[in-house]
Design a protein around this ligand. Structure first.
Ligand SMILES: [Zn+2]
Length: 280
């Protein structure tokens, strides 16, 4: 049966002859593995129509989703990081920053802006996980602090969208100081009686959870987001016990009283704007 035997050797198809679907037409859900057209996935706010898995998205998507007609004024768009510690790991820190800026088109791991959300004026700060794991360095802290200042000055509610691996190792102590700085600024926001909503998305961990992400008048989350301080392995080894099922999921954290509610990304804009209208 020579049908099933390749008689001629060295049959190679050049790449340009291969007829494959162009990239970006389909999205495969990493959770349920089902396929969705990219367009439909986008219309669905980047959530899976089969299992509701919330794909990790960046500040550009959240801004488009939340600001009316994607119109907003970005604050401190050009703030970039220094290298206070002359930190070198596999790369020098300034080289890592430059490479990441080129790769992502972002200046650092947070973008801040103000605009309208269903006609409600709002200031939004949104983290980008693509930028060195959404790590919080001095630029992240400073931009958030300045966005809070803007909120106070213009009496507009503040929405923080967190997505972070924690403090930025390459700025060590300077990163940790951002926890105090942002928390102090949020205290001023609270004194001015301006609402602060903190949305935790997958993942929100480390120093971000331990500071501004958990200080909202409302702490809310997307479904099944990982929320924690230290990773589960470290905790397991420290307490010497197995961890309960679903530990550090948004649902678990909600059940234990650390969150006010979980919101589907498709309902995010309407829920947030009606919440802010109620608080007026
Ligand atoms: Zn799915």
């Amino acid at each position: 049966m020579s049908w099933f035997i390749r008689k001629e050797k060295g049959i190679n198809t050049p790449t340009e002859m291969k007829r494959e679907a162009p990239d970006g037409l389909w999205y495969q859900c990493p959770n349920c593995k089902k396929i969705t057209a990219t367009r439909e996935h986008k219309l669905n706010a980047y959530t899976c129509p089969h299992c509701n898995y919330h794909e990790k998205v960046g500040s550009d998507v959240y801004f488009e989703l939340l600001f009316d007609e994607n119109k907003y004024t970005e604050l401190d768009a050009d703030l970039t990081s220094g290298d206070p510690l002359h930190f070198v790991d596999t790369k020098a820190y300034p080289d890592r920053i430059k490479a990441t800026q080129l790769k992502t088109g972002l200046k650092d791991a947070v973008r801040t802006g103000h605009g309208k959300m269903n006609d409600v004026k709002v200031v939004i700060a949104c983290m980008d996980f693509n930028f060195i794991g959404g790590s919080m360095g001095s630029v992240v802290g400073e931009k958030i602090a300045r966005a809070i200042n803007y909120s106070i000055k213009h009496k507009q509610p503040f929405l923080m969208i967190s997505k972070s691996g924690g403090a930025r190792m390459m700025e060590a102590g300077f990163s940790l100081m951002q926890m105090a700085k942002t928390s102090a600024r949020l205290a001023l926001l609270s004194e001015a009686k301006i609402p602060y909503i903190s949305l935790l998305t997958d993942p929100t961990t480390g120093g971000v959870t331990a500071s501004y992400a958990m200080l909202g008048d409302f702490n809310i989350s997307e479904p099944e987001a990982l929320i924690g301080f230290a990773g589960p392995r470290v905790i397991r080894e420290t307490i010497g016990k197995d961890l309960p099922k679903g530990f550090q999921s948004a649902e678990f954290v909600l059940e234990h009283g650390f969150l006010d509610f979980i919101v589907d990304r498709k309902d995010l804009k309407d829920k947030l704007s009606s919440l802010l209208t109620m608080l007026k």
